[in-house]
Design a protein around this ligand. Structure first.
Ligand code: GLU
Length: 299
């Protein structure tokens, strides 16, 4: 069975770029008779905006993007990430890292991790007394892959290699769980089979595939949609103040998002309500029509 998801971080409200990702993943799941789950990736409090989680949930509802099952909050699942890290440590696939960002930059020049702390032999680590959360260092994943190739649902064959695949942090020194580990663990436990999201996460997918392999999880089918950019090529994002979605424009925005996704939008939908628009979009969904390249909002 197809199980898809949308997993926003509550660092701000949803904007038109997020709508595109939510809509594409929703339509892909629904047109495959699948489930579409909602998870709030709230494990990085310093980057979060108070109230954003509830506003994101409200926005999705206002746009008719109804998720299945209960909303999942990553902040309530930290014990699961801890279990996964313990599993990696036991398999000698994670090691403590004491390097600062400055150390790494000085050594490698480009900010990619050079494996300096990799030599740690985990057999000397007494797991009973070594609770990862109590340590004053980061934990890194020991990547076994120098290169990984996979088939993207929209972009076709993709590959990623070292140094983009360099050993990445799974638990930060400040004891916050890294995005990579939390997402991989949750996607697996939620039974996610398909992920449709923006192409800014293409390299993240490669890293997640290496973790999936290391943790013996079932693999996921990824599809990366184009990003909406400003005229200068910059991604429309919360960081560069993309305006929040406004429920009053739901129908207009849905139609615009569908045409950005390369979908055929019958003119009869111009007067339709959001549910009719979404029903028609599910029936007529053509993932192969999604453009591969980023799209300027001014186009
Ligand atoms: N939570 C992440 C974000 O909002 C992305 C989640 C994902 O699709 O893996 O950027």
């Amino acid at each position: 069975m197809y199980i898809g998801r949308f997993a926003p971080s509550p660092t701000g409200e949803l904007h038109f770029g997020s709508l595109l990702a939510a809509l594409a993943s929703f339509l892909d799941a629904k047109s495959n008779n699948g489930l579409w789950l909602l998870r709030i990736d709230d494990i990085d409090p310093p980057r979060e905006m108070p109230g954003a989680s509830q506003r994101i949930i409200q926005s999705l509802s206002d746009y008719g993007l109804q998720w299945d099952k209960e909303v999942i909050f990553q902040s309530e699942r930290q014990h699961l990430y801890n279990d996964a890290l313990q599993k990696l440590i036991l398999a000698n696939l994670a090691y403590p890292c004491f390097c600062s960002r400055k150390d790494i930059k000085q050594r490698s020049g480009n900010g990619f991790y050079d494996g300096y702390c990799r030599k740690t032999d985990n057999s000397a680590i007494n797991l009973e007394s070594t609770i990862p959360l109590a340590q004053n260092h980061a934990w890194r994943f020991k990547s076994a892959d120098n290169q990984i190739t996979w088939q993207d649902g929209i972009l076709g064959e993709q590959s990623c290699e070292f140094p983009d695949l360099a050993d990445f942090v799974v638990l930060r020194r400040d004891k916050l769980w890294a995005y990579q580990l939390a997402v991989t663990v949750d996607d697996y436990l939620m039974g996610i089979t398909h992920i449709v999201r923006g192409n800014d996460l293409l390299h993240e997918s490669a890293k997640q595939l290496t973790l999936i392999e290391a943790l013996n999880y079932s693999t996921i089918h990824y599809s990366h949609i184009p990003l909406i950019t400003h005229a200068d090529g910059q991604k429309l994002s919360k960081q560069n103040h993309a305006p929040a979605l406004n429920a009053d424009n739901a129908c207009k925005d849905l139609l615009k998002a569908l045409s950005f996704l390369g979908q055929n939008v019958p003119s009869s939908l111009k007067t339709a309500n959001k549910h009719e628009i979404l029903q028609s979009a599910i029936i007529n969904w053509q993932p192969q029509a999604i453009p591969k390249n980023n799209i300027s909002i001014n186009s």
